[in-house]
Design a binder for this molecule. Sequence first.
Ligand SMILES: [Zn+2]
Length: 355
Amino acid sequence: MEQTKNLLRRLTSAAGVPGFEGEIRQILREEMAPYSDIQLDRLGCIIAKKAGTAGEPRVMLAAHMDEIGFMVKSITPDGFLRFTPLGGWTDQVLLAQRVVVKGSKGDVPGVIGSKPPHLLDEEERKKLAKIKDMFIDVGAKDREEAEAFGIRPGDPIVPAGSFETLKNENLLLAKAWDDRAGCALLVEVCEELAKRQHPNTVYAVGTVQEEVGTRGAATSVASIDPDVAIILDVSIAGDVPGLKEGVQEKLGGGPTVCLYDASMIPNINLRNLCLETAEELGIPYQFSVMERGGTDGGRIHLHHIGVPSLVIGIPVRYIHSHAGILHLEDYRGALRLVTELIMKLDARTVAGLVE
Ligand SMILES: [Zn+2]
């Protein structure tokens, strides 16, 4: 239990915006090396090969290492940073948020500047601030000083946010659950499989650049050429005031099985096998339907002649912001469900997935 929490703390506290996933890759390497053979693809995805009792089928397990963040675009003459978003931010979650610039001389803390209410006129109060008008204040007196802090255009900028256990100790507040929750599952599923005889070979992959267009999914799936794939990501918990009707997932309701997203419809036999497995084990589960957006699965299932694929999620409140909430029981349910599903993926079962 403490081990799981420590892993989640470590992974969410580390920095890894799209294209800059090195810290996460290093953690996954350390955590998975005892159970697997580690390789990298040429875009930076980490592939941990965990051999079972058979070389085939090849089971790809994928979670993305990157979190949404920003990049320094330019430094103004008076020392403020203009930035470009990396991934899907909405403007209104950004103002007054703390960030960390990963500069060449180490971390530089800063804040996304906002106008105090005293200075907003009536028209401005009605409008939403736009990302393109925002700036980051690192306390530099001018451009030269910002450069002396080690900041250059192209540097990654990471949301700042501490890991907290809420009063209900199953509820964890952190940045970057999307998709460090999935990264933690990669580690713990491999650890579980190391104690078992699984009838396949598992390739646990930390992908890069999911949030800017599922790019690492494309390269890693080509490296592995899997027979079947399970994608581990977060889903949207809708159990908060004011969310549109139709978001059915809630915290504590169990892992989610994705029925549809804008980039993929899962393999139906694999989906049904997953649901049967959950029922046999008494693991509660929920369905997710995401009419906009997708996951690495969108790329993976279209590889070569097609890869039967399924997305299993962990519901999180407030994804794509500085602070999300995850329920540990949902994480634990996902860990058991994914492990037991992999145990069933022998050659015969996988061959039957497309019939
Ligand atoms: Zn994600």
